[in-house]
Design a protein around this ligand. Sequence first.
Ligand code: UD1
Length: 378
Amino acid sequence: MKKLLCIVGARPNFMKIAPIMRALREDAPGIEAKLVHTGQHYDYAMNEAFFLQLEIPAPDISLEVGSGSHAQQTAEIMKRFETVVDAEQPDCVLVVGDVNSTIACALVAAKKGIRVVHVEAGLRSRDRSMPEEINRILTDQLSDRLYVTEREAIGNLRAEGIAEERVVFAGNVMIDTLLHSLPRAIAARHTIEQACALAGSEKDADTFLRADRGYAVLTLHRPSNVDDPTVLVNLLTVLEQQCQELPLVFPVHPRTRAKISEAGCGPFLENSRVLALPPIGYLEMLGLMKEARVVLTDSGGLQEETTALGVPCLTLRENTERPITIEQGTNTLVGVEPDRIRLALTNIAEQAMSPRQPEYWDGAAAQRICRDLAEWLR
Ligand code: UD1
């Protein structure tokens, strides 16, 4: 029996680990897996809600690190995870994605001579001002087995000197979760009506649910968009103008809510054509996106999910580490320039889109990973 520690910490990790834990149970009899939660995300809505909806087993070990600066958070995870590694003596540590928990645990394991597996390896935005880009590059350098979601990632890893025999094109585990969960997606009407009822008389669900017009979903949380008040104010100004055409449903990340308030943009959230929600569950988000006219976002995961759903996505960034969502998907990079955003929103009105399935985004990525892993660990 080989002992594997699987790591999660932040919201986007949960969608990735869910199918892996399931496949480990069903397809990898030679592996004993334990789930370690670093506690990077801890609010019920950012954390437990996802465990319940995605049927992820409760963590075997919780590190409860919480928030902090990048250095503090990464260091705290490392200190606490080292104790776990010493006690558990695993054969292998599996990390997913690109958050601080990913690099922190990979680094601890690699320095102890324990094999590291990275799921969602090789994605590159080539923008080192993104904390995630640094996490990706370093995690891949430390990894012994690297599972990629798109072919371009293989070339990225090769260019960084990573031996090709360590790299496996397995597909996209986030899309495993999407396809698995789609039948249980919660109708947009339900989420919107509930949010309007909570908001009281200022918000009218019919504004967002008019069949002839529809709504846009907005998410924002990248430091490059929300930490600089000038960028944030400009972005919210153009979005406030655009919401007269297409109302906005906006689940607000806690860090973004704080930054909006600091920048004095609170009235944006009160606009009758902007429906600001607290962070919502995975099944609610899936339902909202599925029925949206367009998704405006700076998230990485949403670029992939909108591709699989066949919903236009306008990415409020200058680059993406997920180029396949542009080449084969529904994604367009629009940056944060008001004119580009306006033009892109006008253009989507013309386009009819259908769900896309890039190679191996087929719902079976986690099974491919776990079968390969069982063989490789043997
Ligand atoms: C992290 C990831 C990012 C991912 C995002 C998804 C890194 C470097 N960033 O960013 O890649 O896209 O998660 O959400 O790992 N907070 C809460 N409750 C929580 C968690 C956070 O209120 O449960 C607030 C705290 O004020 C905290 C801030 O959000 O300081 C930022 O949290 P953090 O985990 O540091 O980064 P995210 O912006 O969430």
